[in-house]
Design a protein around this ligand. Structure first.
Ligand SMILES: [Zn+2]
Length: 274
């Protein structure tokens, strides 16, 4: 009997501890969000995020708040001797936080650090070339999202993507979409959705658009989304996110159901920013 009481007491204490820490966390984030956004930061974001000035005043204010939290909570690590600058941190934070305007209250919870290389970086990749042969190859990468706790980016690629905002390619949007997808385990093209009833609709619309992209790639037909999205459903979600933010009008025209789905998920309408 006493043992049962002790077990319940311990469980109760753990639950209370979790609740208290989440309240403290929320209050700390609210304080961070209220911090004034320095004019220099504003100038950097304005310069490096072409759609920033097109956001509504409310969206801009919320984005600034998220950037404050993001910068306070995530660690930036320069690789191969790269010195981190405010411009690098703010550019990455501002683009990544565009994905958080839906106010879910989460800030890529698994992510701890962002590793930045000056340009494309080389990794050793193990590839199965046949059933019995596994080869180690050295391949160049521009960015990747690890489900563990890191996102890796090439600064050269980030700069190129922010300069060419409307080409549908953006390594930051891509890798941080993977982070959303990885919040609940492995990336599978399904982030956490607000309601249980959202999942069947998500599956239907995504599968249809993914299959169309796969068909188009096979037949050599041009699609508004990059052919890399036909790799698998996880890459499709990341590529669809890039297209949604960078080529909203074309995506709406070609895939209205997919556009509507992403608009509902991200709670923004990038078509209004064009
Ligand atoms: Zn990817």
């Amino acid at each position: 009997m006493i043992q049962t009481i002790i077990v319940f007491l311990i469980i109760g204490l753990i639950i209370t501890g979790i609740l208290i820490s989440s309240i403290i966390n929320k209050q700390r984030r609210n304080r961070l969000k209220k911090r004034p956004f320095p004019p220099l930061w504003n100038a950097i974001v304005e310069n490096n995020l072409p759609i920033y000035t097109r956001l509504s005043p409310d969206e801009r204010r919320r984005l600034q708040g998220h950037v404050q939290v993001f910068l306070a909570e995530k660690q930036f690590i320069g690789c191969q001797g790269l010195q981190m600058t405010e411009e690098m941190k703010l550019t990455i934070a501002a683009v990544a936080c565009l994905l958080l305007l839906n106010e879910r209250g989460e800030y890529f919870p698994k992510l701890r650090s962002i590793l930045i290389y000056p340009s494309a970086y080389i990794v050793n990749e193990t590839v199965a070339t046949s059933e019995y042969v596994v080869e180690e190859r050295r391949v160049a990468r521009l960015g990747e999202s690890w489900s563990r706790d890191q996102v890796v980016l090439s600064w050269e690629q980030v700069q190129q993507d922010t300069r060419n905002w409307s080409d549908g390619h953006n390594v930051i949007l891509h890798e941080f979409a993977h982070q959303l997808d990885q919040e609940e385990g492995k990336a599978q093209g399904v982030p956490i959705l607000p309601r249980k009833s959202d999942y069947p609709i998500w599956a239907r619309v995504m599968t249809q658009a993914y299959q169309q992209l796969c068909n188009d790639v096979q037949r050599g037909i041009k699609n508004v989304m990059d052919s890399y999205g036909a790799t698998n459903p996880a890459e499709f979600f990341a590529v669809a996110t890039e297209t949604f933010f960078e080529k909203p009008q074309q995506l709406l025209k070609m895939h209205p159901a997919l556009y509507e789905l992403l608009q509902g998920y991200y709670q923004v309408d990038p078509g209004e920013w064009v």
